[in-house]
Ligand binder design. Structure first.
Ligand code: AMP
Ligand code: MG
Length: 524
């Protein structure tokens, strides 16, 4: 089997926990603990990402070998791997939750690619760690399929994300009470190998800061800046000192703004934007009870745990990200004599988000540039889409078919869910389309360029919950073909793929109130 070169810089640079035994505990003064994956009964490779396998140097023979399933199911290590779990805290639903840590994630090491980029390989669901807080450290197949597929789908949409190399079935059962209503069931277990330059989260900085461990905080920041400078190709971030810390924080704010603007453009709702689920590299991380917008609704949250306050609803993601950055700023403040540079960094979020959102508006509507009246027009459109129950993805994709000389609802019919609501909105939509068509007639873009630009911003295929659920249902029956097909479709989300209309359809009636489609819990 191909053996990646491992160089576990994180372990070298940051202090580790001296306790070698694996039991749940508070870990102070250390960024990580040594912990080995717990072996599983019968590891079997269920799916893999061919792009990730190629990037790491694994070929078809490697993927087919039992050794591959053994390593990525947690039963064996490759030379150079040094498994560990990291220590972090976080604000959950607005409240400080103290130590959390990698409760079911175990990093195997950092693979160094030929170009010097680093890829940390991390198993999710490989057994308990010192941070498991009494939980089992395992993951079920349904949530692992969701994480595996969505990581890759997000990447192909061009939105920063952690990746997924493999999905391995464990051959063991995991007990979960999916809706937390006293009905535990045994479900098949699985392990995803995730891949990222680093899995550091805002919570990694919050925990030492809250504990007053400023030395650990500073060392984490310095490590992270060095990693970020390389991965972001931002050589100005080399070195140390307060000005550099400020520069880096501002960059984190901008990256986070771009990330959230990307989610808003394609209708992705993360579902659990706690600060422990915010990547310091600005990646989408921790795919749990996420969802994709079907009928446009800024108030929708897929997460049943969030149903009461709906803190993590679609339309609130920008302000939640900003709030989370505020917590990060507070955590970093002991490194600053004066808070002004941190405030400046937060201001960079607002500017970057507004710019990215305006850029998305121009691209989604097919305009060369976004004017202030276009922002208003987009806002008005969102209002109509919400009131009249219109599918977000279908609407924007079909908008490219609008004839600016003769605007009509005809190309957009398929986006409506409810004929009554459509009829009630007809006049308002015709009004909006007339205004939009007039605007297009003033815009300099040639028709073919406009169409290509719109298609590149408005995906045809997104990983709607019901699509993932279909693949999960088939996988539970032993058929992984649904996972494979979805992975294939989501590799080219902006291309028309003839014969794959099913994957570009609106939510079917059965999925409207089905668990796993319209509602998801954190139980995974
Ligand atoms: P999440 O809500 O998935 O972001 O997880 C929040 C915290 O709970 C993190 O520290 C996770 O590592 C931990 N956690 C979630 N599920 C499990 C599990 N089955 N076993 C151990 N720790 C878990
Ligand atoms: Mg998490």
């Amino acid at each position: 089997m191909h053996l990646p070169v491992f160089d576990n810089a994180f372990l070298r640079a940051l202090p580790g926990d001296p306790e070698p035994r694996n039991f749940a505990r508070q870990v102070e003064g250390a960024a990580w603990s040594v912990v080995a994956p717990t072996p599983v009964a019968a590891p079997r490779l269920l799916a893999h990402s061919r792009e990730m396998a190629a990037e790491l140097g694994f070929d078809e023979a490697d993927l087919a070998s039992p050794a591959f399933a053994a390593v990525f199911g947690g039963n064996a290590l490759l030379p150079g791997m040094q498994p560990y779990a990291t220590n972090y805290g976080g604000h959950q639903f607005g409240h400080w939750a103290r130590q959390l840590g990698d409760g079911r994630a175990i990093s195997l090491g950092e693979a160094v690619l030929a170009d010097g980029h680093r890829r940390e390989l991390q198993l999710k669901g490989a057994g308990p760690t010192p941070y498991s807080r009494g939980a089992d450290g395992r993951a079920v197949l349904r949530s692992s399929i969701r994480e595996f597929l969505c990581s890759e789908a997000m990447h192909h949409l061009g939105i920063p994300t952690t990746r997924a190399l493999s999905l391995v079935g464990t051959g063991e059962g995991v007990v979960r009470d999916m809706l937390y209503d006293g009905h535990p069931e045994v479900e098949p277990g699985a392990i995803v190998c995730r891949v990222a330059p680093s899995f550091l989260r805002f919570g990694h900085f919050e925990l030492p800061s809250m504990r007053g461990d400023i030395d650990l905080l500073r060392r984490l920041v310095d490590f992270c800046i060095a990693r970020a400078a390389f991965e972001w190709n931002a050589p100005h971030l080399a070195g140390r000192g307060e000005a550099l810390h400020a520069d880096w924080f501002g960059e984190v704010c901008e990256r986070t703004a771009h990330l959230v603007a990307g989610w808003m453009r394609v209708g992705f709702v993360h579902g659990v934007l706690n600060t422990d689920n915010m990547s310091i590299l600005g990646l989408t991380i921790d795919y749990g009870p996420y969802g994709w917008i079907d009928a446009y609704d800024p108030d929708w949250t897929p997460n049943t745990t969030d149903a009461a306050g709906r803190r993590y609803r679609f339309g609130w993601q920008p302000r939640v990200a900003y709030w989370n950055l505020g917590q990060l700023a507070r955590a970093l403040s002991p490194l600053f004599a004066d808070p002004a540079p941190l405030q400046d960094g937060l201001a960079r979020f607002a500017t970057a988000f507004t710019d990215a959102d305006r850029d998305a508006t121009a691209r989604k509507l097919g305009l060369a540039e976004c004017r202030d009246d276009d922002v208003e027009r987009m806002r008005a459109l969102h209002g109509l889409l919400q009131v009249h129950e219109v599918d977000m993805t279908l609407w924007f994709r079909a908008l490219a078919d609008l004839d600016p000389q003769a605007p009509s609802l005809q190309p957009l019919e398929a986006a409506f869910y409810d004929p009554g609501k459509r009829a009630a909105g007809e006049a308002a939509f015709m009004d909006w389309l007339a205004g939009h068509a007039a605007r297009l007639r003033e815009d300099p873009l040639p028709a073919s360029e406009r169409r290509a630009r719109m298609h590149a911003a408005n995906p045809k295929y997104v990983l709607r919950n019901w699509l993932a659920q279909e693949a999960i249902d088939r996988a539970h029956a032993g058929d992984l073909g649904g996972v494979e097909t979805l992975l294939e479709v989501m590799r080219r989300p902006y291309d028309d793929q003839p014969g794959r209309e099913h994957f570009a359809g609106k939510r079917p009636e059965w999925a409207k109130d089905r668990v796993g489609c319209s509602m998801l819990s954190c139980s995974s």
